[in-house]
Design a protein around this ligand. Sequence first.
Ligand SMILES: *Cc1c(COP(=O)(O)O)cnc(C)c1O
Length: 485
Amino acid sequence: MDETLIFERSVAGRCGVSLPPDDLPECDIASLVPCDLLSTSPPPLPEVSEGILVRHYTNLSRKNFSVDTHFYPLGSCTMKYNPKINETLAALEAFTHTHPYQPPDMLQGILTIAYELGEMLKELTGLHGISLQPSAGAHGELTSLMIIKAYFQQKGERRTKILIPDTAHGTNPASSSRCGFQVQQIASDKRGRIDLAALKLALNGEVAALMVTNPNTLGLFEEQIGEICDAVHENGGLVYLDGANFNAILGIVKPADFGADLMHINLHKTFSTPHGGGGPGAGPIVVRDFLSPFLPVPVLEKQQGQIVLRYDHAHSIGRVKSFLGNMAVVIKAYCYIRMLGAEGLKSISEHAVLNANYLLARLRGIFDVPYNDHCMHEFVVSAQNQKQKGIRALDIAKKLLDYGFHPPTIYFPLIVPEALMIEPTETESKETLDQFVQALERIVEMADKNPQAILKAPITTPVTRLDEYSAARNPILRWLSTSGK
Ligand SMILES: *Cc1c(COP(=O)(O)O)cnc(C)c1O
């Protein structure tokens, strides 16, 4: 494959567009733009024909590793197949040609979709108030923590601490610190669940909330979640649910029923939006009644059949995003839920859990499974045994690329050494899962016979093994062309 940069293919004077001759009178640019803003030389842009341009970007796009090209079992991220009908619908001109500054009575269609998606998410979570504004899960966390802070401030209580289990995603402590809270870690017990006794010991008048992920990042359901939430509530605190793992419990468990007071939902994980390249996503938050007055404004409400934007929430934390949120993601989630219906959503979770348990059962003979239990939609194995042969989880992940699989999440959660966190999702077939097992079997065999072959992996990708640290800290973004330039 041609690996030259588009700059290297540039030929002076070549042009990829043909514009009609302009019929405007010529004028001096200096009379239109202040002199200090004027460049003295043309921008150093590549000059290529339209055909070369199309080839360049098409070839680049083929280097993508995506859920549309490969199995992508990236634990905690729910990389599932996203039906293309949702893309088509979200791209309708009726949506893309609206402007957020149009008056609400001209936007009733898109506002109705946003409102109805909100109602569906309330139904699925059992919670009462919603904001679609946050742009991602982490943004939903931050927004929720701002609400928690405002809630206690308004009550005149000074609570400065957030409790977070040691299995939590890194965004949980990061969002808490960003919001000015102190973070206290809660240990897991030997079954990989929150240690209830340790939690009770940590509870006191300083604790504002517990951030909990259920099922947790080991893919295990917190069976004591009722008692856990009771303990936090008896102490006057709130329970925040990290909803990134919602794919495991759709239509089966309502978080409000087990005690969650507020949560975020990653629309881009659970409800159909391709993700992984940094967005766009959406992390709506859903809250109990008594927290609704603190929601970001505007809040959507239905009055006499019209959707109105309310800005008069008594204790609103204000806006956290321009306009209403990432509407294309909202539309895709709405279409996805409408298409599947209540039964379809439930079967998502049933199949996600079934697929994960099938894969786990097949991998038990290959890897060590530190928290060996039935799992929910994902599970974590350890490459501890392979490490003794000089092969780390990282090496296994890299070698998987040569077999055409995106690697699972590695080294997370932190309490599992040499962790491989695998989430197959409901959209994969048994055949794909079997091929994945086969690839892992071969890699583990190779670890015995020819470990060097694994340490060099990947060898089939455009770039092979990178120095992880230099690649992040000191990236060389310029490809050396075959001519050595
Ligand atoms: C993905 C994830 C988050 C953060 O969500 P983003 O949408 O990536 O910001 C938080 N917690 C868990 C458990 C996650 O998997």
